[in-house]
Design a protein around this ligand. Structure first.
Ligand SMILES: Cc1cc2nc3c(=O)[nH]c(=O)nc-3n(C[C@H](O)[C@H](O)[C@H](O)COP(=O)(O)OP(=O)(O)OC[C@H]3O[C@@H](n4cnc5c(N)ncnc54)[C@H](O)[C@@H]3O)c2cc1C
Length: 226
């Protein structure tokens, strides 16, 4: 098996790992293979190996919108949380898929960039936010996204413009194609840093008031399970 040869090459891959360790609900059976790629090259190698071995591939972001069966997941499960770089490019923030959308929103705010305030309390990753067109309090991911980079299941890197993403309510193109979101670019507007942070803190206070944070699926909003 090609995937077994990657394990020997010190790729971060393990066998038969309980996914309950990673999900917000703290439930879910074992992944046959579980990998945490650190960069795009590793992700490409994993996809190529799984394809060669005929293994199904399941991608997980922050596991905040998933209920995984106790039977677990056959094939290769890829968790992208180690691909979490966030960069500034003028008024655009570029974030890798495994960065949390919360961190990305605070990164933007701390650079005086407005447009991601709505995301201040959404507990998903950037990849999950793109996949779901996540939104809250009148804002949606599609309002800020300018470009999405994906790795197709056949291993090709593609760049989609906003129009090509076919966003609608909690829907995006990648739900149809099965592409793996690698990174997203958010085109934002200059704003007043303190006002932006105030708005985010206000929205988080509203959320804390409405959601019972003491329960597993909610209590992990500000702290990802380890
Ligand atoms: C307490 C709580 C509050 C929430 N509040 C909101 C809210 O206000 N608004 C909202 O929209 N949602 C909300 N959600 C739902 C959830 O946070 C979002 O849907 C989020 O976008 C999911 O991101 P994730 O990284 O956790 O995705 P996961 O749960 O890991 O995955 C969800 C789906 O996305 C796919 N996926 C994840 N990453 C990638 C990737 N890189 N490439 C391709 N596919 C990928 C997975 O395969 C899966 O099908 C909430 C959830 C909880 C538990």
């Amino acid at each position: 098996m090609k995937i077994d040869s990657l394990i020997k090459q010190n790729y971060n891959i393990s066998k038969q790992i309980p996914l309950s360790r990673y999900t917000f609900t703290k439930t879910g059976g074992e992944a046959e293979y579980l990998a945490f790629p650190k960069n795009l090259e590793q992700l490409q190698m994993l996809v190529a190996a799984a394809n060669e071995d005929g293994l199904d591939i399941t991608v997980i972001g922050n596991a905040s919108n998933l209920i995984i069966s106790d039977k677990g997941i056959a094939g290769l499960v890829i968790i992208l949380t180690d691909m979490n770089e966030i960069k500034l490019d003028g008024d655009t923030v570029e974030a890798q898929a495994g960065a949390t959308i919360v961190k990305t929103a605070f990164f933007a705010a701390n650079h005086g960039l407005s447009g991601l305030e709505f995301a201040a309390g959404i507990p998903g990753s950037v990849g999950g936010a793109v996949f779901m067109n996540a939104g809250a309090y009148g804002g949606e991911s599609e309002q800020a996204i300018s470009e999405v980079t994906v790795l197709t299941r056949s291993g090709e890197i593609k760049h989609y413009s906003l129009d090509e993403m076919h966003f609608s309510y909690r829907h995006s193109l990648v739900q149809e194609t099965g592409d793996i979101v690698v990174s997203a670019r958010f085109k934002l507007e200059q704003g007043d840093k303190l006002k932006i942070l105030d708005e985010m803190n206000y929205l988080n206070a509203l959320r804390a008031y409405k959601q019972p944070l003491e329960y597993p699926s909610c209590g992990s909003v500000f702290k990802r399970p380890t």
